[in-house]
Design a protein around this ligand. Structure first.
Ligand code: MLT
Length: 219
């Protein structure tokens, strides 16, 4: 599906620490913060964002880390083994960017939902755990536990969808279950959607995320 909305498209290049990103205004007060997977760009999830909530504004940054030329949101030491120091730094950097973007483009963080896939879901989870005021809630597609903070945040019923694959070769299903438990212990209102799928997104996942957003994400 193409980008059919006849609206202003804003594109900002990064040469001073800012995130390369796209912002597409919406027709409601809602904003989806789109966070791509490893090797993705700011363009990858725009179509998905439009499908999930055609009225929402879309803010889509590109991860600043390059792994063999492939953009990511934080460094890893091996698949599923994260550089926690870098993850913490990048989490605050991205949370600051979302805050600045909200001021610049005039959207409300209280009406913002992160939609992250894989590496993007992992940094979204880390934002929820370390900077809980940044977002209203999140759709985490194929996520894992990004880190366990020394003190759990107070997520105050934040709506979160965890969409995991029972046969995901990258995220063991127990790890996705641990994430659900961690977010619930932190006070989030978590919907766990586990399907017989791998790491890739399926039409079933997209339909479930769209329905969940209609039920929970429409502030
Ligand atoms: C990550 O590094 O965030 C996870 O292993 C998912 C991935 O990007 O492959």
């Amino acid at each position: 599906m193409g980008d059919t909305r006849p609206v202003l498209l804003l594109f900002a290049m990064s040469d001073n620490g800012e995130f390369i990103h796209r912002f597409i205004p919406g027709t409601s007060g809602r904003t989806l913060i789109l966070l791509h997977g490893t090797g993705g760009t700011e363009n990858d999830l725009l179509e998905l964002g439009h499908r999930l909530d055609p009225e929402a504004a879309l803010l889509s940054p590109r991860g600043k880390i390059l792994e063999n030329g492939r953009p990511r949101f934080f460094r890893r030491l091996a698949e599923g083994v994260f550089d926690e120091k870098d993850l913490v730094f990048r989490t605050h950097e991205l949370a600051d960017f979302i805050q600045e973007a909200a001021e610049r483009y005039g959207f409300s963080q209280g009406q913002s939902i992160a939609v992250g896939y894989s590496n993007g879901a992992n940094i979204a989870g880390s934002i929820l755990l370390l900077r809980p005021q940044t977002l209203h809630g999140a759709v985490l597609l194929r996520p894992m536990v990004p880190l366990v903070p020394p003190d759990l945040p107070e997520l105050n019923g934040a709506p979160i969808l965890v969409a995991a694959g029972n046969h995901d070769p990258i995220v063991p299903v127990e790890n996705a279950r641990e994430l659900v438990a961690l977010l619930r212990r932190s006070g989030a209102d978590v919907t766990a959607f586990f399907e017989n799928a791998g790491h890739g997104l399926t039409e079933t996942t997209v339909t479930a995320a769209k329905r969940w957003l209609e039920d929970w994400g429409r502030i």
